[in-house]
Design a protein around this ligand. Sequence first.
Ligand code: GCW
Length: 709
Amino acid sequence: MRKLFTLISLLLLAGLTRAENGYDLWLRYPAITDAGLSGRYKQVIKQLVISGNSSVIKSAGSELRYGLQKMLSVNVSANDQVTMDGALIVGTPKMIPAIKTLQISELTAVGQEGFVIESVVSGGRKATIITANTDVGILYGVFNFLRLIQTGQSLDHLHIADHPKVTFRVLDHWDNLDGTIERGYAGSSLWDWQRLPGYLDPRYKDYARANASIGINGVVLNNVNAKAKSLTRPYIIKAAALADVFRAYGIRTYLTARFSAPIELGNLKTADPLDPEVKKWWKEKVDEIYHYIPDFGGFLVKANSEGQPGPQDYKRTHADGANVLAEALEPHGGMVMWRAFVYENKKGSDRAMQAYNEFKPLDGKFNKNVFLQVKYGPIDFQPREAFHPLFGAMPKTPIAPEFEITQEYLGFASHLVYLAPLFKEYLQTDTYAQGKGSTISKITDGTLEGHQLSAIAGVANIGSDINWCGHPFGQANWYAFGRIAWNSGLTSAQIAEEWLKMTFTNDPAFLGPVEQMMLQSREAAVNYMMPLGLNHIMNLGTHYGPGPWGRIPGWNAWDYHRSDSSGIGTDRTLSGTNAVSQYFPPLDKEFADLKTCPQKYLLWFHHVPWSYKMASGQTLWTELVNHYYAGVDSVDHMISIWNIAGKKIDPERYQDVRQLLLQQKKEAMWWRDGCVLYFQTYSKLPLPEGLPAPAHPLTYYQHISFPNE
Ligand code: GCW
């Protein structure tokens, strides 16, 4: 009888619990089942004292109550007096006298967005305070406090003071007004332009919560390949409705600006940035936007790149172009994020050099509210590139690095590739711009060149899929971008662990192995796709799957790998394009010398003989092939980890990831076998001993078609 009862209640429970579909991201707040731990937490949270009326404080309060309710089943009602031990006091010193009395000295250092969380004694009673100078600081403090509980940390003797190192931490959406997303692999756009502004999808708020929880404070709503229509009044009003939702989470809204909008919308004859009518048009357009979106963040602009209009159409410079927008935005406190992603697809020119050549002479010519937004590498979000030589080369211009969170070149939403190691690899890179220690991280946060304002951007991987990102582990990249934008000193392992705990479970039998799996995943992808500095050898049309043999009008993968009977790789030394000269000493020489060039950049900077002896003592050919095989082996390893550790979580997400890993394995082999067989047609060398031969001839791999091609 009792057994039957248990069975029935279990079935009922199963019916009531929603299947895990990933929608809740890292904000699941599962109930804490360890009675001892939850008991200790409850001692600290017997009472909630929160004060402030702003929408941001309301967001903080409701998140706090929601999280505590779900994790600890405590229904703390807010009141304004501390009446017992175990109060959680939340607010700025201005709003809460009890906090003011404490005179928290750390508050001076945490600035406009930082917070302090501290265990204190207030009026003779034990309490915990979450305080800040501003309401948004409180919101970030609340998310941090909840994270302590989510990740199983102690709430006793807290003494945390934290603040972001970068001013503008922005997600760039490449969302089109028709609902499609350029390079988006997680469904269609979240923004329902048709039903905005009247209908506000509840997901807008959940999206804002997720962003605020990791400190993202800006979102660009639309694609850099922009339509002027997004600047028409109806669309401004739609954007304003989104901005109203995001504002309550400390997020400012930005738009992309199509440079020819004065012609397309204003019926002007020109978009020449020095034309007085054009200046007037932008000024009035910007004033109009601020009427509807008073805290509008500004414009992100792609100009004179891949067919987009720009100032060069009128023989003006990028600085002239950026400044006309900057002048219009400045009185309102808005920014311009001007992209440095430019290249002309001309034979004989080295694409990796163009942005530097075009922008470096403009240093010092941009208005003070302009950022130059620079991709991490000079080609295009490849699995690994040499870093962009513009970092450090324009000390008078604040530079915002641009990362791709969406996996355009890293297996879309099918491959598990944890990107924190990639983000960090670039931020830690030393440019030597002002001697040793001139890291991209210091250029980004403004400390190296003495800029007050700083910015960082990530191209979003978010869409309408139920789990937001397509691949359950794609969420980790969104999470990691925010955390690293906040503090680039966090390690990839720390971030992975936090995310895993909050997203899945605190079970160490899951955490240890799965964290390892994540940490090796980016190098695995580099290995099976483009090792040793190879780049741009994917299928040229889809950016999916291998295509070192690829040719489409205007494009030739060979231009990137340059294989011939003598060797492989692009000579960017003095005997080649001399791109090495764009780097600061000693890097220029280090990269130029085959012996000192870091192996990971080898084929980026050099054309290397197949028989060249590598540091390992093996020939280049052997080592290249070994990298490809090691890449596939790593995916095998990831699968074996997941097969065991993955069982520690819910069956839905376990199966989801398992299926995707199996697909990744198949495609890693497609990459490996296709590339090795193709390069073998040049090297004419046998596979290193002991490696299994590909299952099919080269033509088989060359003809694997990809849906939607
Ligand atoms: O990576 C390339 C993409 C384009 C993209 C462009 C850019 C938005 O293939 O789809 O366009 O970069 O960054 O502007």
